[in-house]
Design a protein around this ligand. Structure first.
Ligand code: XMP
Length: 516
């Protein structure tokens, strides 16, 4: 293992894509850490003892630089004398810090835009005269700061990219980290390899011993429990925690009765074979009880988040466990609005759904900075079985967020049957492998139908199938009509309470993947 990695620090201004920047850098074999937006030169010097800090990237963010509480740079940040790349909001802050004016654009740009590259140098080296980029901004830099020159423009944005005339400091109004910026990776590579002169001396494998060491240090050898849902995240976290803590670790599978059909049995069978302490907590009744009459999605998520913790606490009381480990990954945290300056989209049960008072000394999250596909890579390195590595993601709150409105035993049964049919029909096809998730949603809408010559009035089931790389954005899958037809026919034939099936054709954004 390399003692000190060449490292890029990403200053976090709350943008939804901030961590994507970090992972794009890691994909190039260069280590990156996400750090607070107002990190000082002295704090960077301390980090430099651990890493070989070679450059800074200022991320995007949802604020306008003129808002009173807008996140700011440390006023002496330029004293670090390191290469800098400002992106979107980071580009505007850089312009403001170096003496240029940022103003509201006459025409705001959101989505794909064409940019004219006027000078293909430095970060823009090797690019064509016209490039497709992803923009998302309301404010604009109209003139380069003193000592800087403009490198690119769009129709509405005269300084879409700039650089310092003598120092390695760059700003881009667009997001190179988003796949819709066609040559975004090339731009980031230009920055990390040409401008910062990084060596690609980091690899994913290095993460495993790092996580093991961290867990050992954080728990100090105390008894610890881990929430194991059988999904890839908690399974990977369990494998790492087992390496770190051995028999001090107990894995707890909470059967809340809202899993997919056949799943609790499968999870039991898989994990009972492993040399770990494994407990199944039968909590179906208590979850259903707590959820009775709860219809608002965020309230449901909070009830579930709290109930999970109470079950874990009861088990910890008996076993003397002091710490709780969760398989939380990065998108769970970002959507729960955990950072200063970022917006809450929904409370993931294991993040913003947690109760305020918890009896554990601390909750530990070894996978907190990883995306799902990175977790899959780690799973393969750990030799986890294929059925776990390839399992489609399933939310901790389970079918509760796929049954709209009130939860009843009958609705849970309907949702399970519909979901099973969707899975069976989709998994008969090769394209299933390319889907991120596919499932049924039991809506709270009822519709008239005709079954066996008689009027029927029943539920509307929505089918959802999504393609995605990391769940931050997703597109609905273009499932062939015959497959949809088979799903629809089976659901209405086999589930008497359902009269209608619809297919959800909304991307994320503006929708989210789950309905609640
Ligand atoms: P959304 O619905 O936010 O989902 O687009 C993004 C991904 O996260 C999963 N998801 C959750 N996973 N606890 C989890 O463990 C949760 O509370 C939760 N909510 C959503 C969702 O299935 C999708 O893969």
């Amino acid at each position: 293992m390399q003692a000190k990695y060449d490292t890029i620090l990403v200053l976090d201004f709350g943008g939804q894509y901030c961590h994507l920047i970090g992972r794009r850098i890691r994909e190039n074999g260069v280590y990156s850490e996400i750090v607070p937006n107002d990190i000082s030169p002295e704090e960077i010097a301390v980090l430099n003892e651990k890493f070989n800090v070679k450059g800074l990237i200022f991320s995007g963010g949802p604020s306008s630089v003129y808002e009173p509480n807008a996140p700011k740079l440390h006023p002496r940040i330029l004293e670090v004398n390191l290469p800098i790349l400002g992106l979107c909001y980071g580009h505007q802050l850089l312009a403001q810090l170096t003496g240029s004016k940022v103003e509201p654009a006459a025409c705001k740009e959101y989505g794909i835009a064409q940019v004219a590259i006027d000078k293909p140098v430095g970060v823009l080296e090797g690019l064509s005269e016209k490039e497709q980029v992803w923009m998302s901004h309301g404010d604009t830099v109209f003139t380069p700061p003193p000592g800087f020159e403009a490198l690119a423009h769009t129709e509405n944005c005269p300084v879409a990219a700039f650089r310092h005339k003598t120092k390695p400091i760059y700003g881009l109004q667009w997001h190179p980290e988003v796949i819709h910026t066609e040559n975004g990776m090339r731009m980031l590579q230009n920055f990390i390899f040409q401008v910062c002169k990084c060596q690609a001396n980091w690899q994913m494998e290095d993460l495993i011993p790092k996580m093991v060491k961290e867990l050992q240090a954080e728990t100090g050898g105390s008894r610890t429990i881990i929430g194991l849902s059988g999904g890839i995240d908690s399974s990977v976290a369990t494998a790492i925690a087992a390496k770190a803590l051995g028999d001090k670790l107990t894995a707890v599978f909470v059967d809340h009765g809202l899993m997919r059909e056949g799943e609790p049995e499968q999870i039991r069978e898989t994990f009972q074979k492993y040399p770990i302490n494994f407990i199944v907590a039968n909590a179906q009744e208590r979850f259903l009880q707590k959820l009775k009459g709860v219809t608002e999605p965020e309230a449901k998520r909070k009830v579930i988040g709290e109930e999970f913790i109470r079950v874990f606490e009861e088990i910890a009381n008996k076993s003397g466990a002091e710490y709780l480990i969760q398989g939380t990954i990065y998108p769970d945290r970002i959507e729960s609005g955990f950072r200063k300056g970022s917006d809450k989209i929904k409370s993931h049960h294991n993040v913003a759904g947690l109760p305020e008072k918890i009896k554990f000394k601390k909750i530990l999250e070894p996978l907190r900075d990883l995306y799902k596909d990175e977790v899959r890579k780690v799973a393969r390195m750990l030799d986890l079985p294929k059925e776990i590595v390839n399992r489609q993601p399933f939310p901790g709150p389970g079918l509760a967020v796929r049954i709209i409105g009130d939860l009843t035993e009958e609705k849970v049964k309907i949702a399970k049957r519909a979901d099973k049919i969707v899975r069976e029909e989709i998994e008969k096809n090769d394209f299933a492998e390319n889907l991120w998730q596919y499932f049924a949603v039991l809506t709270d809408t009822k519709a008239t139908g005709v079954k066996g010559d008689a009027r029927a009035y029943g539920y509307v089931v929505a089918v959802r199938a999504m393609e995605s790389r990391e769940a931050m954005t997703a597109t609905f899958a273009k499932i062939p009509y015959p497959v949809l037809e088979k799903i629809s026919t089976r659901i209405t034939n086999e589930i008497p309470q359902v009269t209608r099936v619809v297919y959800d054709v909304t991307h994320k954004p503006p929708a989210t993947i789950e309905w609640e």
